[in-house]
Ligand binder design. Sequence first.
Ligand code: EPU
Length: 339
Amino acid sequence: MINILENISLKHYNTFGIDIKARYFVKVRCIDDLTALLQTKHFQENRRIIIGGGSNLLFRHDFQGIIILVEIKGVHYQGSTQSSTILKVGAGENWNEFVELCVKNRLYGIENLVYIPGKVGAAPVQNIGAYGVEQKDFLHKVEYFDISTGKIVILHQAECKFDYRSSIFKNELEDKAIITNVYYELSREWKPNINYKDIKQELDKFTFVEPDAEYVMNTVKRVRKNKLPAPSDIGNAGSFFKNPVVDEQYFYTLKEKYPDIPYFQLDNQYKIPAAYLIEKCGWKGYRSGNCGVYDHHSLILVNYGNASGEEIFQLSENIRQSVQDEFGILLEREVIVVE
Ligand code: EPU
């Protein structure tokens, strides 16, 4: 049974905590709900946005369409080989709880992705990643509801076009697919992935033997707590911008002017932390009215209370402009802005 509500505040459905209203709002708990929703004029005649945890969205204004909150639940065992196990996970499951469940059951690979806010269905959309791991490394296949046909479709890992914070669901299939279940293939053999600088440094402080998965997971939690604000404490949507990639020639031009510039080398290109560029422009810890730039990490825009979506958007545009003026780089947003 679906129940389409009207004029609903989205304050508790977006991690920025922006108090805007949606004209229509519906929760779907199973594929039959989606089939029923497809028949309604609310769905057919309006703009639609599918949300999970609302942790990567910035609403600028009240939304005059329909918000579809996917609450498909369940984690189901699909079988094992000697080295791996496949789990089918409902799109509405909480990502962090899923990571903890895997570690508890000695299924390895995604422990570095603990504490990433949001739901499992959103993980493939922007190919979430942290500390040297991306969800694509353990994704087996994705099941989605095709809005134009009302049928269920399966896409295997290689068909999802995963890239840095990107996938087919953010491009060709945008507004065409509703992810219903995600299949992950976890490793049964423990192999730590602890080369990321922050994790290595934190482990080196306390560890003298090879850590187990729970220990690594707890270390990641500590690192995140020190740098990234929990949305339950301060409204935010994680990294607001993507880290830009520049070619070799441009990188060396920048390095001459800024010898301390951090980078990750990728073949012939260089990925530069957007946080560094933003900090160099003087934004770290900046506050204006109800919003600002987090004082422990300059890639995080925060809502200190009652910021409007428009205020946060304007701040982000001012940051983009100043980074472009200083470094000649136009930052691309990671967060999806809903106009
Ligand atoms: N830095 C600064 N100032 C700051 C923070 C960082 O100059 O205020 C510089 C430092 O040199 C630091 C470097 O930026 O070494 C990288 O910082 P960090 O390790 O925090 O990673 P990031 O590149 O800012 C990315 C992801 C995060 C993910 C971390 C860890 C993007 C856009 N963001 O951030 O993902 O947790 O790596 O892997 O790629 C998210 O996507 O929402 C997110 C939080």
